[in-house]
Write a protein that binds this ligand. Structure first.
Ligand SMILES: [Mn+2]
Length: 356
């Protein structure tokens, strides 16, 4: 059987013949990237006549920001030269002939929506948006990690999960389920079954592997405010506002020490993306799980209106007392402790859609 490494090298070599593109969500987290590599590999094993190309939906330069992915890819012996990034292909030209497979999302990002009719398969664990009803397979299940669904497909077709693939899948499941911890509320029995299958193939113990991935995920040394915002970023055009939400993994108080002018950093990012609203959801353990929230709007009135709405929706926001400027030329930024840590970005997005 061809290895995942040789598969990726071949897929890149035959890029102009690509018949299927596999793509993860725009935040390009480890789950999205690992799932697209693994599922692309499976599709090519199933029909070697079709050239299947996984594309990472970020510029190559942004990969280095996803430190946990850098680490897991290295452990899995994935050669980054064989991985294709969005800024390295003429996507529109590829789409002249290629079909699309979505992993780790079930609605194309707004810049790719014109290819809605090309989607032929979906594997995901987000809220089902009810699209692509003819996709086959169309597997959208509440599960800890999309890589568990991909591994399930390897099992369903009796395709072997070899060592590199096992490392890719195990590292992602451990990260997505917080080391298979029931208390974190993410892991399912299906994730646990796949983990039990792939972990024995990994060179590290479960605890050691999890500790390493987790440490890399929270490694923000040397990152600028712009980097922290774009590291894990999603954007939506709602009815009356364009909204971007970053996910940064440090307390806002630490961030304000790294950058004395956070307001300017948020204003610049918001301007660059042409946003009405920019949020950062900061999740961290200390040692319990906590969330902070940063909210930048074009005016103080807009900011105050959105804060009142979020309070009605139960986020339980308390202003943080930070020695940072809040009002700039182009907007107003507020810094909050989010008393209700259960509201994640997945849950906040539909609330914002209703607000706009
Ligand atoms: Mn995911």
């Amino acid at each position: 059987m061809i290895s995942i490494q040789s598969y990726l090298a071949e897929a890149k070599k035959h890029i102009s013949d690509t018949g299927i593109v596999v793509i993860g969500n725009e935040a390009a987290d480890l789950d999205s990237m690992a799932s697209s590599l693994a599922y692309g590999y499976l599709l090519s094993l199933q029909d070697p006549r079709i050239s299947v190309l996984p594309i990472m939906p970020i510029p190559r330069a942004d990969f280095a920001l996803r430190t946990e992915a850098v680490y897991v890819f290295k452990e899995a012996c994935i050669d980054l030269n064989d991985v294709v990034f969005f800024d390295e292909v003429d996507f529109d030209k590829l789409m002249d002939n290629a079909k699309l497979v979505l992993v780790d999302h079930n609605k194309l990002a707004s810049n790719l929506e014109k290819y809605n009719t090309r989607v032929v398969a979906v594997l995901d664990h987000h809220k089902d948006e009810g699209l692509y009803s003819a996709a086959n397979p169309r597997i959208i299940e509440t599960i800890g990690s999309t890589t568990s669904l991909v591994a399930g497909e390897f099992n369903r077709f009796n395709d072997e999960i070899n060592r590199s693939l096992a490392v890719l899948i195990a590292g992602t499941i451990l990260l997505d389920t917080v080391n298979l911890d029931d208390e974190a509320g993410r892991v399912t029995e299906a994730d646990k079954e796949i983990a039990a299958q792939v972990l024995p193939l990994c060179p590290l113990s479960q605890q050691e592997f999890f500790d390493n991935v987790q440490k890399e995920k929270f490694n923000v040394a040397g990152l600028s405010t712009n980097d922290l915002l774009r590291k894990d970023y999603k954007e939506w055009q709602f009815a009356t506002m364009k909204c971007g939400i970053g996910s940064a993994l440090l307390p806002v108080s630490d961030w304000s020490e790294m950058d004395k002018d956070l307001a300017a950093g948020f204003a610049a990012f918001s301007k660059k993306q042409d946003l009405d609203v920019l949020l950062s959801m900061n999740a961290y353990t200390n040692p319990g799980f906590h969330r902070d929230l940063v909210l930048f709007c074009k005016s103080k009135d807009a900011h105050d209106a959105l804060v009142s709405y979020l309070q009605e929706k139960g986020l339980d926001l308390t202003p943080l007392d930070l020695p940072v400027q809040k009002q700039g030329d182009s907007g107003f930024v507020g810094f909050y402790k989010q008393g209700n840590p259960g509201v994640s970005r997945k849950k906040l997005q539909p609330l914002l859609a209703d607000f706009s």
